[in-house]
Design a protein. Structure first.
Length: 169
């Protein structure tokens, strides 16, 4: 089975960071993701979803440091469902994405990341999109499934044909 989500949206509030008793950083933020479509009458409509994003470990610390309300991000992660019982006794749930990769898409975040990465006494480089921030290579074993096919690890990305003769069309 595969559980992977890709989203681009804007933060609706500043990130909140907390630490688990084990010392693992957890940063939570919400993003607004909009979709434009035409209805039956060919009128242009827009629907906005508000998605909760959870980040852990180094990714959580980086997101807490650089992200602010209004910033645009690309998020790759796994879809989860948070379920709880409200004070009124009603059971509630909402979708949550456990982020594996977060990429800062706006210039403000890129400037902040470049300034933080600049050595002391040297000016920061001009705003440039930072490398994606990812926890994919860090161990985190609290309920995160491992994906494999036939007992072998899956390498990301398709293989590229070596010559035009290898193309499937």
């Amino acid at each position: 089975m595969l559980n992977r989500v890709f989203l681009i949206g804007n933060l609706t509030r500043d990130p909140e960071v907390r630490y688990l008793p084990s010392g693992v950083a957890v940063t939570t933020f919400d993003i607004a993701v909009s979709e434009r479509f035409r209805d039956r009458n060919q009128e242009l409509r827009e629907q906005t979803l508000f998605i909760r994003i959870d980040t852990f470990q180094k990714l959580a610390e980086t997101c807490a440091q650089y992200l602010k309300k209004g910033r645009r991000v690309f998020v790759e992660g796994q879809l989860r469902v948070d379920a709880w019982e409200g004070k009124d006794g009603v059971k509630r749930s909402r979708p949550v994405v456990r982020a594996v990769t977060v990429r800062f898409l706006d210039a403000k975040a890129a400037e902040g990341a470049a300034a933080a990465a600049a050595p002391a006494g040297r000016p920061a480089e001009k705003a440039r999109a930072p490398e994606p921030v990812s926890d994919a290579d860090q161990p985190f074993d609290e309920g995160v499934p491992e994906y494999d096919v036939g007992g072998e690890a899956v390498e990301p990305g398709p293989e590229k044909p070596s010559t035009e003769e290898d193309l499937p069309f």
